[in-house]
Every structure is written in structure tokens, then in C-alpha cells.
Design a protein. Sequence first.
Length: 132
Amino acid sequence: MKKKLLIIILVIVLAGGGAAYYFLVYQGGEAEEKLYAYVPGDYFVTNVKDSGKLFKVTVVLMLNEEKLQEKLEDKEYIIRDSIIQKLRQLTEADIKSQDIQNKLRDEIKNKLNADLGIDNIVKVYFNDFVMQ
């Protein structure tokens, strides 16, 4: 009887230890990466290609390295120029399309990483996205 009780207690302790490890240490997946926001100037206003309208957008870049924010401030002119080049290529139809924001997020991220020779810009957000 004592052997059975000892085995049951041992199984409960092992199961509890495994559950504690899973929930406290492993947490069911990888920890979220800490990201740092960088805003390259106030906003962007450009002409819409083949149109008399203007396009205004505010861009927030999310970085995976905090120290990079200072380096990007020194290269803000490159960042703003790259974003303006990308925005000036958009037509009214492009801006009105359903998936333009997701497409533009990827294009801006890839262009900036390539132009700056980095891979630390991981996300792009828009605070304003207006055509007038």
C-alpha cells in the first residue's frame, strides 16, 4: 500500500513539475520581441501620380534595436527621400485599393532596409492616410 501511495505521489509531483515548467518557463511559445518606435519627421505630403490630388501620410517605423534610433536620426534625409519616392509612384486607383496599406508597409520596410543597409526595420505603421 505504501508503494502505491509513493508511486501516486511521485506521478503527481512529476506532472505538477512538468505543468509548472510549461507555464512558467516555456510559456507556450517564444517571448515577443521588444520593438522601438521611430518617427521620421512629422508627415509626408506628395502629389498623386497623374492627378491633381495630394496624398498625406504619417509613418512610424518599428525597430528591433533601440540604439538604431539615434543612427536613423542622422540619416533622416535618406529615410524621408526613400518614402517620398515610394509615395509619389502611387496613383488614385492604388491609394483607393483595399490592400494598399499592407502592400505599402512591406514596400517601405524593404526599401528602407535596403537603402540603409540594415534589416532592423521590422514593421511600418500609418497614423494618417489621406488623399484630398
